[in-house]
Design a protein around this ligand. Structure first.
Ligand SMILES: [Zn+2]
Length: 143
C-alpha cells in the first residue's frame, strides 16, 4: 500500500469509485474517462507500479477478473471483442483496462491508422533477419 496513491486509496475505500467487482486481491471499477461505456479498470489491491512486477498469481487474478468482465461485456453490449491492456499511463499503480470494442480502432495504435479511422492499415513487415534478431534478443533477455 502506498499512502497517497490514488488507486490504493480507492482500494482502501477512502475514495469513491463505481465498483464492478471486488475480492480479496482485486478490485474492478469504471474508468472515469471511458473510451466506451463499461470501460473498466482492474487493479491489484496491493501497490505495484508496473504490471511486469506483479507476482504471477496476482497477475493471473487480474486477468481472470478481466476475462469474466469481457464475457459479461459481450453479453451486455453485444460486441464481438473486448480489449484488455496495461499502459502504465496516468496512475502509477498497475491497472488493466478492459474495454468493450464497438469499433476496430477503439484502442488502436497510430501504426494501424495509415488509411484513416475507417481503414485498417497493416504496418509494414520488418525484414526476416531483423525479426530473427529481435526474437533472439527477446529470448536471451527472458532468460
Ligand atoms: Zn497504489
Amino acid at each position: 500500500m502506498s499512502a497517497d496513491c490514488l488507486f490504493c486509496r480507492i482500494a482502501r475505500g477512502e475514495l469513491p469509485a463505481h465498483k464492478v467487482h471486488e475480492d480479496e486481491h482485486v478490485l474492478a471499477f469504471l474508468d472515469l474517462h471511458p473510451i466506451r461505456p463499461g470501460h473498466t479498470l482492474v487493479i491489484p489491491k496491493d501497490h505495484h507500479v508496473w504490471f511486469e512486477d506483479l507476482p504471477e498469481a496476482l497477475a493471473t487474478s487480474v486477468t481472470g477478473c478481466a476475462q469474466r468482465l469481457a464475457r459479461a461485456m459481450k453479453r451486455l453490449y453485444r460486441v464481438e471483442r473486448v480489449a484488455m491492456f496495461y499502459t502504465g499511463i496516468h496512475v502509477p499503480h498497475a491497472h488493466a483496462h478492459v474495454v468493450p470494442m464497438h469499433h476496430v480502432h477503439d484502442v488502436s495504435s497510430a501504426a494501424y491508422l495509415a488509411d484513416g479511422p475507417e481503414g485498417y492499415a497493416v504496418p509494414p513487415q520488418l525484414p526476416g533477419d531483423e525479426m530473427s534478431r529481435i526474437a533472439r534478443e527477446l529470448q536471451d533477455t527472458l532468460q
